[in-house]
Design a protein. Structure first.
Length: 612
């Protein structure tokens, strides 16, 4: 057996961590709720992004190519050539008919509902498909505009048909047409020929027959929308992960004595880290297990409305299961990664210090500041590389450019976590002449800088997002016509960002003050009044909000300046002073006021401490 106990020891440690999680899950309810909401929103957003673009079956059915031929006298010969060359083809005829009204025409489409390739382009809603020259079926929009109904007649352009049904293109609900029998009536004005040949065979046909108009079936049309969704999800998980890191830091301190006991009976630092990592993985897995079905149920509820907005039908179980699986995996990894730093710090504590349950002595902030500087430089270099690689005559980004943008932005985001200890120490050092309650609150933040820096990073990211939006919107306000819309965007971004930051403040300050309940009992026992207890919470909330606003605005400007061209830099001279003032001054003042109003309750017991 291994000196460290091997697999049995690790299995025992994991089981113990899971039992503690089941016993203390209520203390992790805030982080668990945030992760669950994030997973639910991610499943909903990924499903919406997957179905945001119309499916290729709307224009191609199951075919890979579509040719467009004019309906002139040589049409039959050209169709025969295509049939000889490709073997199996599917022909759809198109004729424009004049109708009364502003639109002027409507398409008469002649198509075989059971064709080899075009069958997915038709769906019968009522009645039956037309089979003879005197029968047609209508889409709902055409039936409502003409008007006509199943069983009635339709007269257009001197011709009369019997309406035998209503149809739709399930891949394009906005398509308006009259469906006729495939081989009835006059020759069409043009035809679409669907084929399923290899690309080489199709190119040979084009070269031999004068390269008629054609289209190729697009592949993975949902990738761009899904990439945008995952980019937003990555930033959101960064934010949630930082909040979770603050929560796991509280858990690490709460279990410090228990971890010390484990170390005293022979547990290695690896075992101690495994306790908190297993806790983080359990939180992530629980959030994924709850949030995934909630997101699926939410998607099922909004699917009918989304079909109307997207313009195509969506299958009941047509979900991007692969992307949802990636979302679940990212959630578990994000929660586990959020627990890594508290786990690493807790595993390095001396046994005697861990058994005393005292917070570890804060480390020097120089190393974390150096790491932050390196991350900022790497982020700026990545964003500048994107700007230098962009063509002068286009705005298209390659996959490599997108990766650089995401990587550079995340590097600057992680820099906020590394700069947190230095910022908190600076805040504590500046509290020398402030009231005693404020000094206690600021120095308590510096004393527990592991959880404080994670909370500060989360608040900074939450305020950096609206700051970046208002800075960009202000820079784009060069034309008077766009001022109202961009001004509204700035107002919405400022308000939403302030609300999000206040919610995160409530969660993180609640975690911090709950963990300081023992200190609060001591202060109350020696005579601290309700006013002092209020001042402690309001100073904690206000100090974190002030630092978060300053760091968030600096991070937003760093990202925007690094990714801007010379012309865009001139536009950034228009600074959104009012919006940034609301973020930098208004949010800390509101946080201070809310902390004062919502705190001050006397502890239930001044003598009984919570048993471990």
């Amino acid at each position: 057996m291994s000196r460290n106990g091997g697999l049995p020891a690790r299995r025992a440690v994991v089981r113990w961590a899971l039992r503690l999680f089941r016993r203390e899950w209520r203390q992790q309810l805030a982080v668990l709720t945030l992760l669950t909401v994030a997973v639910t929103a991610a499943v909903l957003a990924v499903s919406a992004g997957y179905h945001a673009t119309p499916p290729a079956t709307a224009a191609f059915g199951t075919a890979r190519q579509a040719l467009t031929l004019n309906g002139d006298g040589s049409l039959d010969a050209r169709l025969a050539e295509a049939r000889d060359w490709f073997g199996t083809i599917d022909v759809i005829g198109h004729t424009d008919l004049p109708i009364p009204g502003p639109t002027g025409t409507v398409e008469l489409r002649r198509q075989d509902p059971s064709g080899p390739y075009a069958a997915p382009m038709l769906r019968l809603r009522d009645g039956r498909y037309p089979t003879g020259p005197g029968e047609v079926a209508l889409t709902d929009q055409v039936a409502a505009r003409l008007p006509a109904e199943v069983g009635g007649t339709l007269t257009l352009d001197g011709r009369t048909w019997t309406v035998v049904g209503t149809v739709e293109n399930p891949g394009d609900l906005r398509a308006q047409f009259i469906l006729g029998a495939p081989t009835a009536g006059e020759p069409p004005q043009s035809v679409t020929v669907l084929t399923d040949a290899t690309l080489q065979r199709f190119e040979q046909y084009l070269e031999r027959h004068g390269r008629p108009a054609y289209a190729l079936r697009p592949s993975l049309v949902w990738v761009e929308a899904a990439a945008g969704v995952f980019s937003v999800f990555t930033v959101g998980m960064l934010l949630i992960g930082l909040i979770a890191a603050a929560g796991f830091a509280v858990v690490a301190h709460r279990r410090q004595r228990q971890l010390g006991m484990l170390a005293a009976i022979g547990a290695t630092p690896r075992h101690l880290r495994l306790v908190l990592l297993a806790h983080g993985a359990a939180v992530g897995a629980t959030a994924a297990a709850i949030g995934t079905p909630l997101g699926a149920l939410a998607w099922f509820a909004v699917t009918p409305r989304f079909e109307t907005a997207a313009g195509h039908r969506i299958g009941a179980l047509d979900l991007p299961w692969g992307q949802i699986a990636v979302t679940v995996l990212l959630t578990i990894l994000a929660a586990t990664a959020a627990a890594w730093r508290p786990a690493h710090s807790a595993a390095r504590l001396p046994v005697t210090l861990a058994l005393s349950a005292r917070p570890p002595r804060p480390k020097r902030a120089r190393r974390s500041a150096a790491v932050a500087a390196v991350l900022v430089v790497l982020g700026i270099v990545a964003l500048r590389l994107v700007q230098s690689n962009r063509p002068a005559d286009g705005d298209a980004l390659t996959i490599g450019d997108v990766a650089l943008v995401v990587g550079g932005t995340l590097a600057i985001g992680f820099a906020l976590l590394s700069i947190g200890p230095s910022a908190i120490r600076l805040l504590a050092a500046s509290a020398g002449r402030l009231p005693v309650a404020t000094r206690l609150a600021f120095r308590d933040l510096a004393r527990h800088q592991a959880r404080s820096s994670a909370a500060l990073a989360a608040i900074s990211v939450a305020l950096a997002i609206p700051a970046a939006i208002v800075i960009g919107a202000r820079a784009l306000e060069s034309e008077p016509a766009s001022g109202d819309g961009l001004g509204a965007l700035r107002a919405i971004a400022t308000t939403a960002g302030a609300l999000l930051a206040l919610v995160i403040l409530a969660v993180t300050v609640g975690l911090i003050r709950a963990e300081a309940a023992g200190d609060l009992r001591t202060l109350t026992a020696v005579g601290a009044t309700r006013r002092i207890r209020r001042a402690l919470t309001s100073a904690t909330a206000g100090g974190l909000a002030l630092l978060g606003a300053v760091l968030g605005i600096l991070a937003a400007y760093t990202v925007i300046l690094a990714g801007s061209s010379a012309e865009q830099l001139r536009e950034l001279a228009r600074v959104p002073v009012v919006d940034l003032t609301v973020i930098a001054v208004g949010v800390p003042l509101i946080a201070t006021a809310l902390g004062w109003l919502l705190a001050g309750r006397e502890p239930r017991s001044l003598t009984r401490a919570r048993l471990e």
